[in-house]
Ligand binder design. Structure first.
Ligand code: NCD
Length: 311
């Protein structure tokens, strides 16, 4: 049997893989809009195993599977309601659920937890977030949204804003953006939560990079403002969290400085980074991003299940 295609980290994708996936996402969008879905994944079962809370990632994967005619079994609080609470290892849990399903979407509380699971899994494992590590499928849908807006990534200037240390979505997105000839990346973060040095070293070799702390000063230069929530759950020092709060709210000054054609993205959930009145700004795209996540995850489930579908 062919090796399962695990989705672990953003570095694993090449541009042709992404382009094919984006194209297929658009085809499936049309299928959903015209017919509500299809039955291409009929008789396939998705196991959803989440050790951390989620709204969008879990429900969009589940909806994606349902809209393709497949079935879903789900544990949304695996820390408490799985045998983890009885001391079972992630390796044993994965080998168990792989006896039931054809693919596993896993959100784990530890960086590297999904990789450990994939190592022993006979079915594809998809990383839906591993602690402060990565969130590759969020980054794919972020890229899909950007590409739909601008047609290409070439020459774009992107500001990644907020918690760049613990924010797993920005880690994955930065890796993906650096695969294209973007013009420049601004890393806008409070000192307490700057991008990890290892990731900066990777990016520096590939794109023009500028780290800064003043969003308003660079807002006029960017095509995409990608804001993120401070990941309070990972902060060791509550005072550091308090000091960083409110630093990058998209207030009037920032919005006024931004280009008319720029877009505002956020993986959600938001706290105070984007005031609710910004939803009316024509540059806001974060709910479009949510919708795109459905199509992208449909395409991704189809892609990882393809070998078994052919069999
Ligand atoms: C993010 C996550 O869980 O990493 N949400 C998401 O999946 N869209 C972002 C966050 O929690 O801030």
């Amino acid at each position: 049997m062919a090796e399962p295609l695990h989705i672990i980290e953003a570095q694993q994708f090449d541009r042709p893989f992404m382009e094919t996936l984006f194209q297929r996402s658009t085809e499936l969008k049309q299928v959903v809009e015209e017919e509500g879905g299809c039955d291409l994944l009929r008789n396939r079962v998705l196991v959803v195993l989440f050790y951390q809370p989620s709204t969008r990632t879990r429900l969009s994967f589940e909806t994606a599977m349902s809209r393709m005619g497949g079935a879903v079994v789900s544990t949304e609080n695996a820390l408490e309601f799985s045998s983890h609470s009885k001391g079972e290892s992630i390796e044993d849990t994965i080998q168990t659920v792989a006896c039931y399903g054809d693919v596993v979407v896993l959100r784990h509380h530890q960086e590297g937890g999904v990789r450990r699971a994939a190592r022993v899994s006979p079915v594809p494992v998809i990383n839906a977030g591993d602690g402060p590590g990565q969130h590759p499928t969020q980054a794919l849908l972020d890229m899909y949204t950007i590409r739909n807006e601008f047609g290409a990534f070439d020459g774009l200037t992107v500001a990644l804003v907020g918690d760049l240390k613990y924010g797993r979505t920005v880690h994955s997105l930065a890796y993906l953006l650096a695969k294209y000839p973007v013009k420049k990346l601004y890393l806008v973060a409070p000192e307490q939560v700057e991008m990890p040095p290892r990731l900066i070293a990777h990016l520096q070799k590939r794109v023009e990079l500028e780290s800064c702390t003043d969003l308003e000063a660079v807002a006029g230069d960017v095509d995409v403002v990608y804001t993120t929530r401070l990941q309070q759950e990972y902060f060791e020092d509550p005072l550091a969290y308090q000091r960083s709060l409110g630093r990058y709210t998209l207030h009037q000054g920032v919005l006024a400085a931004m280009k008319e054609q720029a877009i505002i993205l956020h993986p959600l959930p938001r706290n105070d980074e984007i005031p609710y009145q910004v939803d009316l700004d024509p540059r806001a795209r974060y709910f479009q991003q949510v919708r795109n996540g459905l199509y992208l995850r449909m395409a991704l489930l189809e892609r990882v299940l393809m070998p078994t579908l052919k069999a």
